[in-house]
Design a protein. Sequence first.
Length: 194
Amino acid sequence: MNPQEEHQYTDVMRPLRYSINVTLDGCCDHRAIVPDEDLHRHAVENLQRADALLFGRVIYEMMEAAWRPPARTGPRPDWMEPFARTIDAAKKYVVSSTLDRVDWNAQLVRGDLCKSVQQLKQESGKGLLVGGVKLPQALTELGLIDEYEFVVQPRLAGHGPTLFAGLSKRVDLKLVSRLEFGSGAVALRYEPRR
């Protein structure tokens, strides 16, 4: 999508974009992915295309543990710092029926998922970015995701979890962009065929 088309799109409604790393055999376990500088730079670019992040409880707690200062699980390379700063500063919405409260620039989303997300999309801005597995599947079932990005890693993991297991209906997508990384990973962006 060129910047002019994107601007026209956001005048109507803030798009909801989904991005996830996945191996060639469909594994979306973050531990099966080897992080590198290019992937982190790309993730920062995705974060910068959004006004806010939309997380389920699991991904929120995982990201908070890994990236909220001073949360360091050991030394990390300097090239991870832009991602750490960007995700730390980002506004976050957390869909959860089990959490009583959230912080880290976050707000709980409760009640009817479809209605709540539609309200977030109707706010002005660049967009919303969602990650994870369960919440994006629920949002797909509701027809709320406007763009899917699969960053396909050149690896066979031999295990799961996999994406969209049990999806109730087929979703046809059209390829809108492709970006290759030096590692051999490929970011494929799709929009739903409507």
